[in-house]
Design a protein around this ligand. Structure first.
Ligand code: COA
Length: 413
């Protein structure tokens, strides 16, 4: 393993075609030409790590410098990506060496108290201290049954179908406002908007090009936007059987949100709606006359790892006062392993190492799961993942760690 660690190094621009092809080969996917031909603008090669066997790349990883919304604030976040090990080198400890080197460097650099990633399989990252902290709703339904409640306030605004440039002009600022109040949301700079709006026909898998809406008030201000695609289909006996795939709906007001959804649920020739990346707690359900008709098959989305427990816990806010000692078990990152005194309230928090007796004992994975406020400490206790030492500590910490807005991340990277 040490052997692997010594041989890891960042990829250079010259390495990129080989490096990126190795990544796609491990995923058994065809790489899009736009990705391998030139280093994408959002790539940060100096934060990558690769393992070479001769001139062959046999393992890859990368880090994106992102900003993550946490309860009550935003923190710099290491967005871990490009994780792959060639089939010829799997199950020999290469990923373990990569993770160890990456987390050690993140700790030593001191930039990001938190790391996050999207896991191809949920069996991989728990051993490295990551845990699912947001969930995708994976919503779907038959649009004929998805009418809005009769008393929904639809306001005075209107929906306009726009091109990508007009959409972007409106969406950038609006997203930057709404993302700050939703834990799990990520900031999008120009490079990330470029990437998100890329619409390679080879990646559409039978769906239309991406289409865009904006919601405009009578005074001309834009209060919402949506992006979607339509997959056209017909039944054998000639009935329209299309699907609208909703990628994102964001709004500053409830009427804008409702009107955008009403538009999306009433497109001609569409029978089914799918919103795979929507929040499992999307307000849409509560706008519907028949809420059960909106089906949901949630599964894990963004996984979170506290790189530095003290800095991470001090960086968020707590809606109820907490004053406890947490004994954190972290076998993979020994600098976190130990007792942490946490004092938190709605306006701020402090967290430092202590020798005092613990009130709660939990591993760093459980702390990552609850960090964004979406996973209950009582649930983790019920699963044997949290041990209460002082009576009432789970109730106190569990109340303080929750957050009114369900964490959600629509940005896969
Ligand atoms: C997932 C992947 C990176 C694992 O790399 P690896 O070098 O084989 O991992 P390691 O040898 O360091 O494994 C460490 C441990 O994790 C386990 N593990 C690794 N991948 C696993 C998986 N997919 N499912 C379950 N366990 C897994 C190993 O069995 C090993 O367990 P042990 O310590 O009890 O022996 C590699 O198989 C791969 O590239 N897969 C395809 C691409 C992919 O899914 N990448 C992840 C993107 S998020």
């Amino acid at each position: 393993m040490t052997d692997f660690a010594d041989r890891l190094r960042p990829a250079t621009a010259e390495d990129w075609p080989t490096f990126s092809r190795a990544l796609f080969t491990a995923f058994a996917e065809e790489p899009p030409a736009s990705f391998v031909d030139a280093v994408p603008a959002h790539a940060e090669l100096d934060r990558s790590l690769g393992l070479w066997d001769g001139d062959r790349v046999v393992a890859t990883s990368g880090v994106y410098s992102r900003e993550l919304t946490v309860p009550g604030g935003v923190v710099p976040c290491a967005g871990v990506t490009w994780v792959s090990v060639a089939p010829s080198h799997r199950r020999q400890g290469v990923l373990t060496a990569l993770m160890r080197r990456q987390l050690t460097e993140l700790h030593e650099q001191g930039r990001e108290p938190v790391a996050a990633l999207w896991a191809s399989e949920s069996s991989i990252y728990g051993r490295f201290g990551y845990a699912p902290a947001t969930w995708r709703g994976n919503l779907s339904g038959d649009v004929a049954r998805l009418a809005l409640r009769p008393n929904v306030d639809l306001g005075e605004g209107r929906v306009e179908q726009v091109g990508v440039d007009e959409f972007r002009a409106a969406a950038v600022g609006l997203h930057d406002r709404v993302r700050r109040s939703v834990p799990g949301n990520l900031a999008r700079d120009a490079r990330w908007w470029d990437r998100g709006l890329d619409d390679d026909p080879a990646q559409r898998h039978g769906a239309s090009e991406r289409r865009f809406l904006r919601h405009v008030e009578p005074d001309g201000s834009v209060t919402g936007y949506a992006a979607y695609r339509v997959r056209s289909a017909w039944t054998d006996d000639g009935q329209p059987d299309g699907t609208v795939v909703v990628e994102e709906v964001r709004a500053l007001t409830t009427p804008a949100y409702a009107v955008l959804w009403r538009f999306l649920l009433s497109l001609d020739l569409v029978r089914t709606v799918r919103a795979p990346t929507a929040s499992p707690d999307d307000p849409l359900r509560h706008l519907l006359a028949e809420p059960r008709a909106l089906r949901s098959q949630p599964y894990d989305a963004l996984w979170v790892r506290l790189v530095d427990v003290g800095r991470a816990l001090a960086a968020r806010r707590y809606p109820a006062r907490v004053n406890l000692v947490l004994e954190v078990r972290d076998r993979f990152c020994p600098w976190n392993d130990g007792r942490w005194a946490l004092v938190g309230h709605p306006a701020g928090a402090f967290c430092s190492q202590t020798d005092a007796d613990p009130d709660l004992v939990l591993d760093v994975e459980a702390l990552g799961a609850t960090y964004l406020g979406g996973v209950s400490l009582a649930t983790l206790q019920a699963a044997g993942r949290v041990t209460e030492v002082s009576p009432g500590a789970v109730t106190q910490a569990g109340t303080a760690f929750r957050w009114p807005v369900t964490p959600w991340c629509p940005d896969e990277f």
